[in-house]
Design a protein around this ligand. Structure first.
Ligand SMILES: *Cc1c(COP(=O)(O)O)cnc(C)c1O
Length: 375
């Protein structure tokens, strides 16, 4: 069986976890957490990085941080994971879904302005497959209308847009270190990147159960008290230790994935038209988070998945557009015409891509796809 994903493993994880255990300091914000956060801050150039238990939690923290209130509107694509929307629905927001671009499957930036009303509080661009949204256009619109931008960069760790790391361009960025993403902190994990320095101290308070404990630990105050609403948004040191091992090997993982991605692209280009293959716009570098392609129809897509499964290769689809799911219809609505979201999502498949996938498995996947199309 060729699996769709295997959690990345670089080899040092166990050693780091043993060190964390030996240090007798296992709760959040210990030395391993601080090292991961400094790594993110210096490599990606953000004012403040804070580890979180997941990207879902980072998005929830972001929604509290920008003060989303009942009745506020938040703009995002419908073609995304549920957490992008849930975080804001939890605070009482109404979700306004905007169609995607047919080339990158990212939110169509030219449709955002039409979706803005007096109630619009935030835009949440999702960098699908680690390929950046048009952040210049999105930041221009947001600044003109005084709206927050929270990047869902769950899939975008190590990608850039015009030389800037994804997650560092909006006011806030959210990363995922789930085992299905490029870097993992032992199964579940994430980070929030605070790019607007005015938001940093409140972010630290919300993340520490609404207390100013982090100011206390830094010696800025002599006792800590309840300051604001908050929750527990800290992962344990065991997770941070696992993550640090992966970050140490970030370049190696990234180039391995890009190599696999390019092999798929070159192999499929021989028999698939460009419009069925992913597009990577100029001015950005992607991180090969995902290799997807399109089939002619939903029927052909399902037939392809069954064919690959018969050959013991897992090629799952995703996402069911949020606006057509029961909760999505309840908590949000689609603005404008759904030209691409539903049709493209019904034609898409993803190929096995993970750090360490063998050359022989890759050849088998490519051979099997070729035999499907050329039979
Ligand atoms: C994976 C993912 C999430 C959620 O990440 P978790 O770390 O599992 O909470 C959110 N948004 C997008 C676009 C994702 O791909």
């Amino acid at each position: 069986m060729i699996h769709f994903n295997r959690p990345p493993k670089v080899g040092n994880e166990f050693d780091y976890i043993q060190k964390a255990i030996a240090s007798d300091k296992l709760c959040g914000d210990g030395p391993f957490s601080k090292k991961c956060e400094s790594w993110i801050e210096s490599n990606f150039k953000t004012k403040k990085a804070l580890l979180t238990p997941s990207c879902t939690a980072a998005l929830e923290l972001a929604a509290i941080l920008v003060d989303i209130q009942k009745g506020d509107e938040v703009i995002m694509p419908s073609y995304t994971f549920v957490s992008t929307a849930n975080a804001f629905v939890l605070r009482g927001a109404k979700i306004v879904f905007v169609d995607i671009r047919p080339d990158t499957l990212n939110i169509n930036e030219s449709l955002i302005e039409k979706a803005i009303t007096k109630k619009t509080k935030a835009i949440v661009p999702v960098h699908y497959a680690g390929v950046s949204c048009d952040m210049e256009k999105i930041m221009d619109i947001a600044n003109q209308h005084n709206i927050w931008v929270i990047e869902d960069a769950a899939q975008g760790v190590m990608s850039t847009y015009k030389g800037k790391a994804l997650g560092t361009i909006g006011h806030i960025g959210c990363f995922s270190f789930h085992e299905t993403k490029n870097y993992s902190s032992g199964g579940e994990g994430g980070a929030i990147l605070i790019n607007d320095s005015d938001l940093i101290s409140r972010a630290e308070i919300i993340r520490e159960k609404g207390t100013n404990r982090s100011q206390f630990l830094n010696g800025q105050v002599d006792k800590y008290t309840w300051q604001d609403v908050g929750s527990s948004f800290l992962p344990s040191e065991l997770q941070a230790a696992y993550l640090l091992a992966q970050l140490d090997s970030a370049e190696e993982i990234n180039s391995f994935r890009l190599d696999v991605w390019n092999k798929y692209f070159n192999s499929l280009s021989k028999f698939l038209n460009k419009s069925f293959l992913p597009t990577i716009p100029e001015d950005l570098e992607h991180n090969a988070h995902m290799f997807y392609f399109l089939l002619k129809s939903n029927t052909q897509r399902d037939e392809f998945i069954s064919y690959m499964k018969e050959h013991k290769i897992m090629t799952p689809f995703h996402y069911v557009p949020l606006h057509s799911s029961p909760a999505g219809a309840n908590f949000g609505s689609f603005c404008g015409e759904d030209l691409f979201t539903t049709s493209i999502s019904s034609r898409l498949v993803r190929l096995p891509l993970y750090y360490g996938i063998s050359d022989s498995d890759l050849k088998r996947v490519c051979g099997c796809i070729e035999s499907y199309f050329c039979k």
